[in-house]
Design a protein around this ligand. Structure first.
Ligand code: K7E
Ligand code: CUA
Length: 665
């Protein structure tokens, strides 16, 4: 037997042994359930004493009992929260509010080996570069779980980058980012991401208007040259990728499009984006103009954008779009002609537009208006069919407000976003009031839409979300409020404070905050909450030598015994394996000036047997999950002696899991 093969076999055996040990003590969920307490109250004798010593109220005890997660038990729900200007996304268990994962999306993240050398990931991040500028940050706002018939299906999640108008696709088999696409015609998005009911499209509304392609145009020519945009990114569920060639945009007036929601059931085929700054203020306080925030808040009404993506798709297929910077764009006059785009007045500087679970109503919150305004979809259809409109300055029909407005509910100050439960209630965040308003979702009778009660939250709530609360079948049970300010809620940590994410119990008629969670790694804007059992995540990649970006076996997969170093002129290619507690080969010799292509396959298949790889002095950090093959490339410009080592404490001999890169002068 060759010594190399013998060694590999020995290492393999050792790995198996260790894997067995780990599997033996790690069965996931608690499998031996101790006898639970009975309802008659056989609590430990000191329970009340502990509560008294800690100064807990009955409400506190109730909250603790509802959120405590016994060791080894799983949360019932997973919340996918944006990370705001951290550029990433978080997965949080509910009701425990434990952070389970920080998913790297737009911003490099060393722990996950994301954006520190791994070649496929660098290429994916580079697809989001703008005009040759390497973009390695983002501002994520609205995660959207993939849907089937208007219900979350647990397969994918999408999220936007507001700063550079990009959209990312994350595969929920491994919770990793697979694709980043850049809109070629806008530079900021906000009404993004939202999916159509079968994830045919990922919807993206723009925000700050620019000329299409963000080319230069004097700001004095704002009305002529600047434009808004709504993009429908076509999603292919089989490949798990957005298909830019089958995607298209709808040109819109240079109002600042804001949040969007897709119609569902009766309103399937339509989508709704509100907008602000229909004043078309552009600031210029230096030139004696009103400041932007005042200029953009002068009118009593802004415009809800109502568009039909199915008609738009048909018009694009019929060749009615124009290619602009490589993207099919339905220009405004065509969109109007084809019955794709309408507007409806909405009060005043609105923020959220949310469709009720039955798809019949659209709820709009005006930031500077104490009401939510409810539009009935059938009234919108009637107004469109009856031509009940006037034209805006860009020739887009503005439906008659009184004809489409169905009801208004006065909720309080600064309404932003709305979400729904399973008992026929809506919940709206009130930013200025620092409260959540609970209201009755009514019916055809406008009087049936009624305010119920208000819950103070701490403080200045932005979005709120509920268990499956924006699907066709909300679950109720929990609302999570994402507060912008925490002020005095947590121990001081310097001037930059965490946000305060609060869990609200809405089960059985309750309406109470039961958990405060300090969110110290980003400013989550929106979040979605899915039943944990809808997720079918892998515990290891399906085959050893897996390429997670392509989701297939890698051509560089290296199995035990196949490890080697190949030299071809100045290019050195390394085929390495990792297994507890060993990288093979252990010595890599190259010469200064060589180009190194380095593949590493983690040949482990055991649950949780991840290795990391960092190479000092070269900015290389990889995460090698069980079965994964990763490639990085390096121009070795400095001679010297460098250590590479495993960064995951994977075994008792983890510290010994290292090797030397010897760069000869
Ligand atoms: Cu912060 Cu939806 Cu971006 Cu409201 S958005 S809060
Ligand atoms: Cu592998 Cu530590």
């Amino acid at each position: 037997m060759k010594p190399a093969l013998k060694r590999t076999l020995m290492i393999g055996l050792l790995a198996l042994l260790l894997a067995g040990l780990i599997a033996g003590c790690n069965r996931g969920r608690r499998d031996e359930t101790p006898e639970p307490v009975s309802a008659e109250g056989d609590l430990p004798a000191n329970a009340l004493q502990i509560a008294a010593e800690r100064g807990l109220t009955p409400d506190d005890i109730n909250a603790a009992l509802k959120t405590f997660m016994p060791s080894g038990q799983w949360d019932e729900y997973l919340m996918f929260a944006s990370g705001g200007h951290s550029g990433n996304m978080m997965v949080i268990g509910i009701p425990s509010m434990r952070i389970l994962k920080h998913i790297a999306v737009f911003t490099p993240e060393a722990w996950q080996g994301y954006g520190f050398g791994a070649r496929d990931i660098e290429e994916m991040l580079d697809a989001g570069n703008v005009n040759g500028v390497k973009i390695r940050m983002g501002d994520t706002h609205h995660p959207a779980l993939s849907e089937t018939e208007g219900d979350y299906d647990g397969q994918y999640v999408f999220i936007n980058d507001k700063a550079s108008a990009r959209v990312a696709v994350i595969d929920l088999r491994d919770f990793e980012t697979k694709q980043i696409v850049k809109d070629p015609n806008i530079i900021s998005n906000h009404g993004s991401t939202f999916v159509t009911p079968n994830t045919e499209y990922v919807v993206q509304g723009a925000q700050y208007a620019t000329p299409l392609g963000w080319e230069y145009a004097p700001i004095e020519e704002y009305e002529e040259k600047y434009r808004g945009l709504i993009t429908l990114w076509k999603f292919n569920r089989e490949t798990g990728r957005i298909v830019p060639e089958e995607s298209f945009s709808i040109e819109a007036p240079p109002y600042w499009q804001d949040l969007c929601d897709a119609g569902k059931l009766v309103s399937d085929g339509w989508a709704f984006c509100n907008s602000f700054n229909t004043e078309m203020a552009t600031g210029g306080i230096e030139d004696g103009n009103p400041p932007i925030e005042a200029g953009a808040s002068q009118r009593d009404m802004d415009y809800l954008h109502i568009f039909n993506w199915q008609r738009a798709e048909a018009a694009v297929k019929a060749g009615k779009a124009e290619m602009i910077n490589g993207m099919a764009v339905l220009r405004m006059p065509v969109a109007v002609e084809e019955g794709v785009l309408y507007l409806a007045p909405e009060p005043k500087s609105p923020h959220g537009a949310d469709v009720t679970p039955d798809g019949k109503y659209i709820v709009v919150s005006g930031k500077l208006d104490p009401h939510v305004t409810i539009y009935a979809f059938d009234k919108i259809e009637q107004a469109i069919a009856g031509g009940n409109w006037e034209l805006d300055p860009f020739g887009v029909p503005v439906l008659n407000y009184d004809a489409v407005k169905h009801a208004q509910i006065e909720l309080g100050l600064g309404p932003l976003h709305s979400i729904f439960d399973d008992q026929g209630f809506g919940y709206t965040s009130l930013f200025l009031d620092s409260a959540v308003a609970k209201w009755k979702v009514g019916d055809e009778d406008p009087e049936s839409w009624q305010m119920v009660e208000k819950l103070p939250v701490q403080y200045n709530i932005g979005h709120l979300t509920a268990a499956e609360g924006d699907t066709v079948s909300p679950d109720g049970k929990y609302v999570v409020v994402l507060n912008k300010w925490s002020v005095d809620r947590f121990a001081p940590v310097g001037p930059l404070l965490p946000q305060n994410i609060q869990l609200v119990d809405i089960s059985d008629g309750n309406f109470k905050v039961i958990y405060d969670m300090a969110m110290g790694i980003g400013e989550p804007h929106n979040a979605q909450i899915i039943k944990t059992d809808k997720i079918n995540a892998w515990t290891a990649y399906p085959e050893v030598g897996w390429d997670p970006i392509k989701q297939e076996k890698s051509e560089y997969a290296t199995l035990p015994g196949e490890e080697r170093i190949e030299r071809n002129g100045n290019t050195v290619e390394i085929f390495m394996t990792s297994v507890r507690s060993h990288f093979t080969p252990e010595r890599v010799r190259v010469k200064k000036g060589d180009h190194v292509i380095w593949h590493i396959t983690n040949i482990e298949t055991a649950h949780d047997a991840t290795h990391g790889f960092q190479l000092g002095g070269h900015n290389i950090s990889l995460s090698l999950e069980p079965g994964e093959t990763v490639t990085f490339e390096l121009d070795v410009s400095n001679d010297g002696t460098y250590a590479y080592y495993c960064t995951e404490f994977c075994s008792a001999l983890h510290l010994e899991m290292m090797g030397y890169l010897l760069v000869e002068p």
